[in-house]
Design a protein around this ligand. Structure first.
Ligand code: 4FV
Length: 259
């Protein structure tokens, strides 16, 4: 029986990571032992009276930079905490954009160690010596890496076997099959805001699957042409999309109108 995948998070705010694991699918996955998440207080590895973990940047400029040694000592302890090899990820705006494909890849690793930066970031020498890859959750600047780490723990956690009630929902996720998700409807079938598309109540599952695929392709064409450009569409997909575009142009007339 292989041990559950393990994620260690090095941070100045372990309570932030722990609180995000008390709820929802990932909180339940951790309680079920499908995934173990351990957060480490970086200040425990600073040994001066003030538990200093940062200092002014060489070359001047605003803000502070996180020191090498507290991080290095903490990483050493974290690596020794489990015999399995650790893949060290630093969350930063300089990282590779986080995508579902990257999430899937990281979700298959036995051990992840997530480094959460604060202030201006971490001394480059520590990153060069200890970090396997840098990952960014988006082109904007947070006050700390904890939110990004929590995003990664959630995205990886929900893909662990048994985490989702119905594994099918992961298969049908946005980006899982390269395109955006289709619209979803539930009770009531009739509402002053509109009726559920009749086809969805027809029970004709082949037609329903085609409609959902067409909606996914159409929305991706409208909202994320960059994502569609990365898809290798089947002939059937191209046919579905062409029908969608024709109907859309007929109905709404011209690019730019939001659907
Ligand atoms: C970030 C991001 C991010 C930069 C300075 C923490 C902050 C501070 N991390 N994706 N975007 N990090 O903004 O991952 O140290």
């Amino acid at each position: 029986m292989t041990a559950a995948p393990r994620i260690d998070v090095i941070t100045l705010f372990p309570e932030f990571i722990e609180s995000s694991l008390e709820v929802g699918v990932v909180g339940r996955a951790v309680k079920r032992g499908l995934l173990s998440v351990q957060s480490w207080q970086l200040r425990d590895f600073a040994h001066d009276n003030y538990k200093t973990i940062d200092h002014r940047p060489y070359g001047g400029g605003p803000g502070m930079v996180m020191l090498i040694d507290p991080l290095r000592e903490c990483l050493q302890m974290v690596r020794q905490a489990d015999p399995r090899p650790a893949h060290v990820v630093y969350l930063s705006p300089q990282g590779q954009p986080l995508t579902q494909a990257k999430v899937r890849e990281l979700a298959h690793r036995p051990r992840l160690v997530l480094l959460c930066g604060r202030y201006e970031g971490i001394d480059e020498r520590l990153l060069q010596a200890e970090v396997d890859e840098e990952v960014s959750i988006g082109d904007y600047v947070l006050s700390g890496g904890e939110l990004a780490a929590a995003v990664l723990v959630d995205a990886v956690g929900r893909l662990q076997d048994g985490a989702l009630n119905d594994p099918q929902s992961a298969v049908q996720d946005s980006f899982e099959n390269g395109v955006l998700d289709c619209p979803h409807y539930t009770r009531p079938e009739r509402h002053e805001l509109g009726d559920v598309p009749a086809l969805l109540a027809s029970g004709d599952h082949r037609k329903i699957a085609r409609w959902r695929r067409q909606q996914s392709l159409g929305r991706t064409w409208l909202r994320r042409p960059d994502v569609l450009a990365r898809c290798d569409l089947s002939a059937d997909d191209r046919q579905l999309l062409a029908e969608f575009i024709a109907e859309w142009r007929a109905q709404d007339g011209g690019p730019g109108a939001v659907r």
